[in-house]
Design a protein around this ligand. Structure first.
Ligand code: PMP
Length: 447
C-alpha cells in the first residue's frame, strides 16, 4: 500500500505543477503562511456553499470558510448579486458613497458597543487603529495582551501571538516596539489586575473574547465580566478583537452573547461578506479622536480602499441575513453536531483523540489523556494553557491535512469552522473522513 504522501502526490498532480511555478514567484510558494502544506498545497478553482473544487477536479468539503470570512457559504446568491450589481457601477468612486453609510448602520444595529465606526481594509489594520486610538485617548503608550491571542500581524500585537511563549524577540520587530506590549497568560484575572495596578503606562487591554486562536484556549463569560470590572475600575480601555467572532458567534458577536460591553471593537472577515474589509467600532468619545477638533489631537487615517463599495455591497448583503440570527444558529448547530459525532467516533474506537470547541469551531486534539466529554461545554485539560496551546507538531498537522484531502475534506489544520451552508450530509462524510484519516495515520505510526 502506497504511503499517504505518495497517494497525495499521485492524486493532486495539477496542484503540484502550479506549486512548482508558485515557488518561482512567492517566498515559500504561498501568499499566506497558513496555506503552506508539505510537499505542496492544493489549488482551488471555485467554491459553492460548503464545498470547493480543486484544479484536479476533486470536490472537497471546506472547513476553512475563507479563514472565517465566509458565514453564509461560498458564493451565496445574495452576495453574488450585490457585488455583480456594484461592479458595473463603480469599484472606487474616490468619494463618499451611500452604501458606506448603510454598511456602517448595519454594524451599529448589530454590535451593541458600536456607537461610531471607521472602515479599514483588514483585521490587522483594525487592531493597529484600535491601539493607536487607545494611546491617543488614554495618553498611555503600552498595551496588555494575552499569550496565544492573535490580532493580526502589526508590530504591536505579534509578540506573544504564537507558541513558545518564551519572550524571544520577534524577527523584524524592534525591541523598543515590542517593549510596548505586555503579555500575560490568559484566564487569570488576578494576573491582569496585578500588572495593571503596577504599570501605569498601560492604556488598553486587547483580547479575543472567546479565547486565543479563536477559542483554542477557551474563555468564558465570567472572565470577560471580570476584565470589564477590572479595566473600568483602573481606567484602562477594553478592546474586543471580534475579527473572527463578530457576526459569527451571534449577530452581535461575543459581546452580545455574553452581555459585556468593550470600549472598542475590531471587526473584519464576515463584516465584508467574503471580500476584504475591516473596521474599528466603539464609544463616540474615543472614536472622536479621528475627528478634527480644535486643540485636540487627531489620528490621521487615510487608506485608498477604506469602505470600498464592492466590500460594502457584499457586507450589506451578508449582514442583512446575519441580522435574522439564522446563519449563526445554523453554523453553530452544525459544528455542535460534528463535535458530538466525532467524540462518539473516538470513544467508540477507543482512540486517544477528543474534539472540543464552541460556536462554529471544531477542534481535534490527538494524544488526549484526560476524561471524555460529558457535554458540549467540555474543555480538555480543564483549560490548561500549556496543554491546549503547546508548540504545534507540524509533521502531524501536515500528514492529517493530506489524509483529510485524500478523503475529500479540506481543514486548515486540526481545527476548522462551519458555515450556514454546511449540512448533516457534510457532517456524516466528515466523520467518515476523520475515521479513515486517523486509521491511516495510525497505520503509518504518525499518531
Ligand atoms: N484578529 C483576529 C482575532 C484574527 O483571527 C485575525 C485573522 N485571522 C486578525 C485579527 C487579522 O485579520 P486580517 O487577516 O484581516 O488582517
Amino acid at each position: 500500500m502506497a504511503t499517504l504522501t505518495a497517494r497525495y502526490e499521485a492524486s493532486f498532480p495539477t496542484s503540484r505543477r502550479l506549486y512548482e511555478q508558485a515557488r518561482t514567484v512567492f517566498p515559500n510558494g504561498v501568499t499566506h503562511d497558513l496555506r503552506s502544506l508539505e510537499p505542496f498545497p492544493i489549488y482551488v478553482e471555485r467554491a459553492l456553499g460548503s464545498h470547493k473544487w480543486d484544479v484536479d477536479g476533486h470536490e472537497l468539503i471546506d472547513y476553512w470558510s475563507g479563514h472565517g470570512a465566509i458565514l453564509l457559504g461560498h458564493s451565496h446568491p445574495a452576495v453574488v448579486e450585490a457585488v455583480r450589481h456594484q461592479v458595473g457601477r463603480s469599484t472606487h468612486p474616490g468619494a463618499c458613497h451611500e452604501s458606506e453609510i448603510e454598511w456602517g448602520r448595519w454594524v451599529q444595529r448589530l454590535v451593541p458597543s458600536a456607537e461610531r465606526l471607521r472602515f479599514t481594509n483588514s483585521g490587522t489594520e483594525a487592531t493597529l487603529m484600535a491601539l493607536r486610538l487607545a494611546r491617543i485617548v488614554s495618553g498611555r503608550p503600552r498595551v496588555l495582551k494575552f499569550a496565544g491571542h492573535f490580532h493580526g500581524w502589526n508590530d504591536f500585537v505579534v509578540p506573544g501571538a504564537d507558541p513558545p511563549y518564551d519572550g524571544a524577540p520577534v524577527p523584524g520587530v524592534p525591541r523598543a516596539v515590542a517593549a510596548a506590549t505586555v503579555v500575560v497568560p490568559p484566564n487569570d484575572p488576578a494576573a491582569v489586575e496585578r500588572v495593571l495596578e503596577t504599570d501605569p503606562d498601560i492604556g488598553c487591554l486587547i483580547l479575543e473574547p472567546t479565547g486565543g486562536h479563536w477559542g483554542q484556549v477557551p474563555i468564558r463569560g465570567e472572565f470577560l465580566k471580570a476584565l470589564r470590572e477590572i479595566t473600568s475600575r483602573l481606567g484602562v480601555l477594553l478592546i474586543f478583537d471580534e475579527v473572527i467572532t463578530g457576526f459569527r458567534v451571534s449577530p452581535g458577536g461575543a459581546q452580545a452573547h455574553y452581555g459585556v460591553m468593550p470600549d472598542l471593537t475590531t471587526l473584519a472577515k464576515v463584516l465584508a461578506g467574503g471580500l476584504p474589509g475591516g473596521c474599528v467600532a466603539g464609544r463616540t468619545d474615543i472614536m472622536a479622536a479621528l475627528e478634527v477638533r480644535p486643540g485636540k489631537p487627531k489620528m490621521r487615517h487615510p487608506g485608498t480602499f477604506n469602505a470600498n463599495p464592492l466590500s460594502a455591497a457584499a457586507g450589506i448583503a451578508t449582514l442583512q441575513l446575519v441580522a435574522t440570527g439564522e446563519p449563526c444558529r445554523r453554523a453553530n448547530e452544525t459544528a455542535r453536531l460534528l463535535r458530538h459525532r466525532l467524540n462518539a467516533l473516538f470513544a467508540d474506537r477507543g482512540w486517544d483523540w477528543v474534539v472540543y470547541g464552541e460556536f462554529s469551531a471544531v477542534r481535534l486534539l490527538p494524544g488526549y489523556t484526560g476524561p471524555r466529554p460529558l457535554g458540549d461545554d467540555f474543555i480538555p485539560y480543564g483549560g490548561a494553557f500549556d496543554k491546549l496551546d503547546a508548540p504545534r507538531d507540524l509533521r502531524l498537522i501536515h500528514a492529517f491535512r493530506r489524509a483529510m484531502l485524500l478523503h475529500g475534506v479540506d481543514l486548515p489544520g486540526l481545527a476548522g469552522m462551519t458555515t450556514a451552508a454546511h449540512t448533516e450530509d457534510d457532517v456524516e462524510r466528515t466523520v467518515v473522513a476523520v475515521a479513515g484519516t486517523v486509521e491511516a495515520l495510525r497505520g503509518e505510526g504518525i499518531v
